[in-house]
Write a protein that binds this ligand. Structure first.
Ligand code: SAH
Length: 475
């Protein structure tokens, strides 16, 4: 017989719902690890947890105590289950599980027998808890590992403060209903509430200001002035973006971005956000810094929420100083969202400790540009005194960097690392001596952004510097 698979796939065998447990009894039967997992999960709720088990293993005992659960050493009867909101059983014994199932049904309480889907009236979801906001992920008991995986991704998407935001909405609900009788008005209010300055203040941890802003919005309507966030996109890997950066992207009306910002990160903005490229291809200064400053001011003045997206950290070689000065001068509100700078990504993936007791007690973020002239760069002395130096934009100037540092007195054998495309799938890293830096940097395959790390600490990393030899990491 032909079966219409699409039809089957589209219909759920369960109805997801949120079961009220506050102040009600939830019974867990069993004393092992499975029962303990349910106790931990339930301890995220306001349920009164009662555990029935002849004995508890040590960890379960600890969970029971931590959850303020009640432990009964006896086997429950129908009367013990009657009136409970839910029953979970994980006795590990099939006959006992079946007996519990019968008892629970006699008591008229929905029951979940762990790992026996055929004995479950309901399934236990993976939960993202941002009380009172909750996300429950389930797979009808079929793929719990997948549910946990999805849960982890949602967990990363929802900053912890979403719970505070939902709590504030709950407190204001009656007041909003009274002030805004029409449904359309209320929807507009809540849309502004959850994405505008109220949410921003909650995420900044200032509940008082958030509430003040919400009340102001109720009284005089939403604040339509724009805002600029200078946001660090990190070194390239999508999952090195901070949660705050991700949220700013999702709220932006306009995203103004640079050359090194990867598409995958840009794609995290809203689909209908305007994206404006202001990057400078090497040697081709498409748009001047003054024009970028003016663009940011102009977009904000039109009431837009603007994200100025820069690779790495926005305050490290990102010309954020000029942009902040322009925004300040124009009286445009702005904030800065830090990002993982290239040096941190390059060090992390090559296991280079940027500081090391007795060897390197300072880190210098330097630009290779200033090594290009005839004079020593300002940071040469720091390198000589033992600081670890991370050189940005130093690819073209690598020969000069090495010559100047040796001239300033740094040993020719000082270890160096050349890291290309840090944190990206096409990353490469090479290590060698300072007097080999020009040769390493001249390798023809290096076409992406390159960060140079100079200092004894490179030898403690994973690139494996052989004195005098050029060690190469796999591409
Ligand atoms: N604000 C950025 C730096 C911008 S300057 C940050 O904090 O990382 C641009 C320089 O950064 C490049 O010339 C290169 O030296 C370095 N860079 C940026 N991304 C990099 C990456 N993924 N791998 C190696 N170097 C990188």
């Amino acid at each position: 017989m032909e079966t219409d698979m699409t039809e089957i796939r589209r219909k759920l065998g369960v109805f997801p719902a949120f079961h009220k447990v506050e102040g009600r009894r939830v019974v867990v039967i069993g004393g092992g690890a499975e029962a303990a997992a349910k106790v931990r999960l339930l301890s995220e709720t306001k349920a009164e947890i009662v555990v029935y088990a002849a004995s508890l293993d040590k960890e379960t005992g600890a969970d029971v105590v931590a959850a303020h659960a009640d432990w009964r050493g006896a086997w429950p009867g129908v009367a013990d289950l009657a009136g409970a909101a839910l029953v979970f059983a994980a006795t590990g014994d099939e006959d006992m599980d079946r007996a519990i199932w019968s008892l629970a049904h006699e008591a008229g309480v929905p029951v979940n027998i762990v790992d026996r889907p055929e004995l479950c009236d309901f399934y236990t979801p993976s939960i993202v808890n941002r009380a009172p906001l909750a996300v429950a992920v389930g797979s009808e008991g079929v793929a719990p590992v997948l549910s946990r995986h999805v849960r982890a991704r949602i967990e990363a998407l929802l900053a912890p403060a979403f719970g505070d935001l939902a709590g504030l909405a709950d407190r204001l609900r009656d007041r909003v209903s009274r002030a805004l009788p029409s449904g359309a008005q209320r929807r507009r209010f809540w849309a502004g509430f959850f994405s505008g300055p109220v949410a921003e203040k909650v995420f900044a941890g200032d509940m008082g200001a958030a509430e003040g802003e919400a009340v102001r919005m109720l009284e005089i309507g939403p604040n339509l002035s724009g805002h600029v966030s200078l946001v660090g996109a990190g070194p390239g890997a999508e999952d090195l973006l901070t949660l705050r950066a991700q949220r700013a992207l999702q709220e932006a009306d306009v995203i103004v971005y640079d050359r090194l910002v990867p598409d995958a990160i840009l794609a995290q903005g809203r689909r209908d956000a305007r994206r404006i490229y202001v990057g400078k291809a090497p040697g081709n200064h498409a748009i001047s810094q003054d024009a970028i400053n003016a663009l940011l001011v102009d977009e904000a003045r039109h009431g837009n929420r603007v994200v100025r997206l820069k690779s790495g950290d926005p305050l490290v070689f990102g010309r954020a100083g000029e942009e902040m000065a322009a925004l300040r001068a124009a009286n445009v509100s702005f904030d800065v969202v830090p990002g993982i700078t290239a040096a941190f990504a390059a060090a992390a993936e090559n296991e280079i400790p940027l500081t090391f007791r007795d060897t390197a007690s300072a880190i210098v973020f330097a630009t290779g540009h200033d090594a290009d002239g005839e004079t020593l760069p300002g940071w040469a002395g720091l390198a000589v005194s033992g600081a670890t130096v991370a050189v940005y934009m130093g690819h073209a100037a690598a020969a000069k960097v090495s010559a100047r540092l040796i001239e300033a007195g740094l040993a020719a054998a000082t270890p160096v690392a050349v890291v290309e495309n840090a944190s990206r799938h096409d990353r490469r890293a090479y290590a060698g001596r300072l007097d080999e830096l020009a040769r390493i940097a001249a390798r023809p395959e290096l076409s992406g952004p390159v960060l140079i790390i100079i200092g004894e600490v490179v030898a403690a990393g994973a690139i494996g510097v052989e004195p005098g030899a050029l060690a190469e990491l796999a591409a």
